[in-house]
Design a protein around this ligand. Structure first.
Ligand code: ZN
Length: 219
């Protein structure tokens, strides 16, 4: 019982901090509920918390709550299973001398653990199937939330960094005739290129248009 509250208080603090950062108005209430019923409050928190930029949430509120309950229940049962296994491995060793004396009794102990895990398995699978089916029925595939949403969307967006100015390569000043020039019809730029480029297909330095370099008629 003490362990239970230790875990839930940690989770509650996380919900509170996460909700505060996301400016979720429901966070204090949900954090409080987390101390007692994390299996309900955590799924609601994940279903309603404002999304940050880049985060996506699909299917609507009901689906998300159901899906998260299934996940939370899975985590919960997994914890219990690990706990049972660990305690069944550790605890019998301590009382081995007193109670478990024969091989038959040890076998019975092992069977008990296996039966317990099977019960746990059905305890896990049943609710997961039920909640997933309910969630699937309530799912609205058309709802796709993309962050930022809610209070996070109202924040003044960070000014985008200005795109770097493209560095214009220095024009090669080769005054020795004959000069070969590129005269781009697309962007109107005109510049010299090395003489051996004459007649070669080149990409315009400014706009990237594919052209043929030619001898300057005016030269
Ligand atoms: Zn051009």
């Amino acid at each position: 019982m003490l362990y239970y509250f230790f875990v839930t208080v940690v989770l509650a603090v996380w919900v509170w901090v996460d909700g505060r950062r996301r400016r979720c108005s429901e966070a204090p209430g949900l954090a409080f509920l987390t101390v007692f019923l994390p299996i309900l409050s955590m799924p609601i928190h994940f279903a309603i918390r404002p999304l940050r930029a880049g985060e996506v949430r699909e299917g609507g509120y009901s689906w998300n709550v159901c899906k998260n309950i299934a996940l939370a229940w899975t985590a919960c049962v997994a914890l219990v299973a690990v706990w049972c296994l660990v305690s069944s491995l550790v605890a019998p060793a301590s009382r081995l001398d007193e109670t478990v004396t024969t091989d038959t009794q040890r076998l019975e102990g092992a069977v008990e653990v296996i039966v317990g895990l099977r019960v746990l398995f059905w305890l896990w699978l049943g609710p997961v199937i039920v909640i997933t089916v309910i969630g699937w029925l309530l799912k609205t595939p058309s709802i796709i939330e993309t962050g930022p949403t809610g209070a996070l969307a109202n924040q003044t967006p960070q000014p985008k960094p200005l795109p770097e100015k493209p560095t214009v390569p220095p024009v090669i000043q080769d005054h020795s005739p004959p000069s070969v020039i590129v005269d781009c019809p697309t962007c109107g730029s005109r510049y010299e290129v090395p003489p051996d480029m004459e007649g070669q297909p080149v990409n315009c330095r400014k706009c990237g248009e594919l052209l043929a370099a030619r001898r300057d008629a005016r030269a």
